[in-house]
Design a protein around this ligand. Sequence first.
Ligand SMILES: NC(=O)c1ccc[n+]([C@@H]2O[C@H](COP(=O)([O-])OP(=O)(O)OC[C@H]3O[C@@H](n4cnc5c(N)ncnc54)[C@H](OP(=O)(O)O)[C@@H]3O)[C@@H](O)[C@H]2O)c1
Length: 297
Amino acid sequence: MANNELTVAILGPGGVGGLLAALLSRAGHRVICLAGEETADTLRTNGIRIHSARYGDFTAPVEADTELREPVDACLITVKATTLDAALTRVPAKTLGDGLLVPFLNGVEHPTHLRAHYAPTQVAPAIIRVESTRVAPGEIEHGSPFAEIDLTGDPVPRERLDALATALNAAGPKTQVLPDETAALWAKMTFLAPLALLTTRYGLPLGDVRTRHREELTALLEETAAVSRSYGGPSDAAGALARYDTFPPQTKSSMQRDAEAGRPLELDAIGGALLRAAQRQGIAVPVAARLVRELAA
Ligand SMILES: NC(=O)c1ccc[n+]([C@@H]2O[C@H](COP(=O)([O-])OP(=O)(O)OC[C@H]3O[C@@H](n4cnc5c(N)ncnc54)[C@H](OP(=O)(O)O)[C@@H]3O)[C@@H](O)[C@H]2O)c1
């Protein structure tokens, strides 16, 4: 790593990955996007164009390929859970060498899955708070006035997490390294799962969910908090509800947007994972179970 410049691969340069790829490229790092042939061609030719109130409108050049062909300092995984296995075939463990593998997916089960295929010490899960949309290949709309990353990885050497966090911070997103991976992943789940399940189930924005389905929302927040607590995560259901109340009423979840667009839902990675985690701990989650059942149908 010369002059603190990293070589970073981005597997799945969509809403999250495209934004991070462009910001890292603009900050002087070498960025290789890994995508299907058509997307890779477009990115190689046109770069990635960002529209962002926070970071400005700019186009950043990136390299692009359909497969990782050399070791990198880090490979950020920014595909959806529904395409994770197919996408991982583009990152052979042997080629990655000892590069960090940094999944930005929502959910709590993918780190274990990744550690079955790559060395546990190189899997560093990240949690991102952002709203960023791939409107076309290489065209990204960053809609939220913020982008914040929590970087974790219990078995990963701290200095490796710190080096990546420094690069991400300098590129734009406010990044912190957190010590407890499970708690960090559950912190996101406790907030995300109730929002995703209810907005998608009823096809309503948050403003209507929190007024018309408040009892259900409260019960679901309590169930999720109980599961989170059993894994050492946050368990403040009332605090989460109060936070929901501060959001603009038109807020939608990304699962809801996927449903509206007819795309596959990350239902198993979010709702399914919540039910499995509850079952392992012997915690009853009747509202979550019913919503997952209804959504799956
Ligand atoms: N977007 C957000 O604001 C946000 C916020 C927080 C967390 N998240 C989480 O971040 C993850 C990524 O979400 P996203 O919204 O960024 O998804 P997205 O916009 O749909 O981007 C996914 C990207 O993966 C690519 N892809 C699909 N299959 C692939 C394969 N087999 N090989 C390589 N690339 C493949 C797609 O390529 P094409 O462009 O060629 O279709 C697309 O660019 C999800 O788990 C989501 O829940 C998202």
